[in-house]
Design a protein around this ligand. Structure first.
Ligand SMILES: Cc1cc2nc3c(=O)[nH]c(=O)nc-3n(C[C@H](O)[C@H](O)[C@H](O)COP(=O)(O)O)c2cc1C
Length: 350
C-alpha cells in the first residue's frame, strides 16, 4: 500500500510527495460522497455535511482542498498562512513517534505566503462548482514586530476566501506567539479583529475561531472563556499540539523539540475541551481536535462539547481511508444510542 511506502521516507519528504500526488490526481479518485443525515448541522450559519474536518498544517498552502473534500471531510482548514512566505525552521523538523502513534514537529509556519495562497484559493473556487467548506488558518511571520498587524493584514486579504477564519495563537514553534493567549493581549487582538470586520461588508459576518493550546492552565482557560463570552467570540478550536511530553511515550524521538500531536494528546486535549465547554456554558461552538483516530474518539470529543472535530496525525498513520471509516462509525454510534442528529450529542458528557 502507498502509505507503507511513504512510511519508509523521512516524514517531510513523504508529506511533500503526498501533496504532489494529490495535486496530480494520480492517487485520488473522486468518490461519490455518501450522505449521513444524522451528521448534518448548521453551525454559525454554515451547513456542514458532517462534523469531521481536516486540521490545519496538512494543506498549508491550500493546494489540495478538492481531493481532501472528496475523501469525505466535511470541511478543510488550510494554513497556517502568514502574510509573507517563509521557510520555517531547519530540517529535520518533523518526527514520527511510531510506537506512540504520535508526531513531533517544529516546522515554524513554513508556507508560501498570502499572495500565493490567494492564487490557489482562486483556482479552487474556479474548479469547484459544488462548493465546499473552507477554514483559513492565519499566523504571524517570525520576524514581525507587531503581531496583531499580521493577523489584520491577512484577514483583509484572505478572509473573503474562507467560510470561517482561524486565528492561530497556539503554535509552539513561533517564538512569542503563544503569549497572545495571555489575558489582556488576547482581548486586544479580538477587539482589533472585530473592528477590522466591522469596516467591511464582506467580512462582517465571517465567523472567527481562535485556536488555543492544550498547555493552558485552569486560570488561563477561565480567562479565555470569560473574554470569549464578553466579546462574542464566534468559536474556539481546542487544541493545537502540546509541548508537554507524557510519561507514557516510548519512541526514541520523544525528546525532539516542538509540538506533540496524535494519540498521546487525545486525553489531555479532550479534558481541556470539556472544561472549556463548561466554562462557556455551551454557548460558544467548539472544534475538538487532538488524537482522533476512530469514530469512537470522535464521538467522545462531541460528547465532551465539540460541535465539530478535526484530525491530522492519524492520517499519517492510517491514510485517507480513515476519513470515511470514522464518519460511518460515528453515524453508527449516534443512531445506536438513539439520537436523531449529532447536535443532540454535543456536551452530553459535560
Ligand atoms: C506536521 C504538523 C503540522 C501542523 N501545522 C499546523 C499549522 O500550521 N497550524 C495549526 O494551527 N496547527 C498545525 N498543526 C496542529 C494540528 O492542526 C492539530 O491541532 C494537532 O496536530 C492535533 O491534532 P491531531 O492529533 O489530530 O494531529 C500541525 C500538526 C502537525 C502534525
Amino acid at each position: 500500500m502507498l502509505i507503507n511506502l511513504l512510511r519508509l521516507l523521512p516524514p517531510e519528504t513523504a508529506h511533500d510527495i503526498t501533496i504532489k500526488l494529490l495535486k496530480s490526481n494520480l492517487v485520488f479518485k473522486k468518490n461519490k460522497k455518501e450522505e449521513f443525515r444524522a451528521l448534518t448541522q448548521t453551525i454559525l450559519g454554515i451547513d456542514f455535511p458532517n462534523p469531521l474536518g481536516l486540521a490545519a498544517g496538512f494543506d498549508k498552502n491550500a493546494e489540495v482542498i478538492m481531493p481532501m473534500l472528496s475523501y469525505g471531510f466535511g470541511f478543510v482548514e488550510v494554513g497556517t498562512i502568514t502574510p509573507q512566505s517563509q521557510k520555517g525552521n531547519q530540517k529535520p523538523r518533523v518526527f514520527r513517534l511510531l510506537e506512540d502513534e504520535g508526531v513531533i514537529n517544529h516546522l515554524g509556519f513554513n508556507n508560501d505566503g498570502s499572495e500565493k495562497v490567494i492564487e490557489n484559493l482562486k483556482s479552487f473556487y474556479k474548479a469547484d462548482k459544488a462548493g465546499g467548506i473552507i477554514g483559513i488558518n492565519l499566523g504571524k511571520n517570525k520576524s514581525t514586530k507587531n503581531d496583531i498587524d499580521d493577523y489584520l493584514y491577512s484577514i483583509e486579504k484572505l478572509g473573503i476566501y474562507g467560510n470561517y477564519i482561524t486565528i492561530n495563537i497556539s503554535s509552539p514553534n513561533t517564538p512569542g506567539l503563544r503569549d497572545l493567549q495571555l489575558r489582556g493581549r488576547i482581548e486586544t487582538l479580538v477587539k482589533k479583529i472585530q473592528d477590522k470586520q466591522n469596516e467591511s461588508k464582506q467580512l462582517g459576518n465571517k465567523p472567527i475561531f481562535i485556536k488555543i493550546s492544550p498547555d493552558l492552565d485552569d486560570e488561563q482557560l477561565r480567562d479565555i472563556a470569560l473574554m470569549s463570552l464578553a466579546n462574542n467570540v464566534n468559536g474556539l478550536i481546542i487544541s493545537n499540539s502540546t509541548i508537554k511530553r507524557p510519561s507514557s511515550l516510548v519512541s526514541s524521538y520523544k525528546n525532539e523539540l516542538g509540538g506533540l500531536s496524535g494519540k498521546p494528546i487525545f486525553v489531555d486535549s479532550t479534558i481541556i475541551l470539556k472544561k472549556m465547554y463548561s466554562l462557556t456554558n455551551g454557548q460558544i461552538p467548539l472544534i475538538g481536535v487532538g488524537g482522533i483516530s476512530n469514530g469512537y474518539e470522535c464521538y467522545e470529543k462531541i460528547k465532551a462539547g465539540a460541535s465539530l472535530v478535526q484530525l491530522y496525525t492519524s492520517l499519517i498513520y492510517q491514510g485517507p481511508q480513515i476519513i470515511n471509516k470514522i464518519i460511518k462509525e460515528l453515524n453508527g454510534l449516534i443512531l445506536t444510542d438513539g439520537f436523531k442528529n449529532i447536535s443532540e450529542v454535543i456536551g452530553k458528557s459535560s
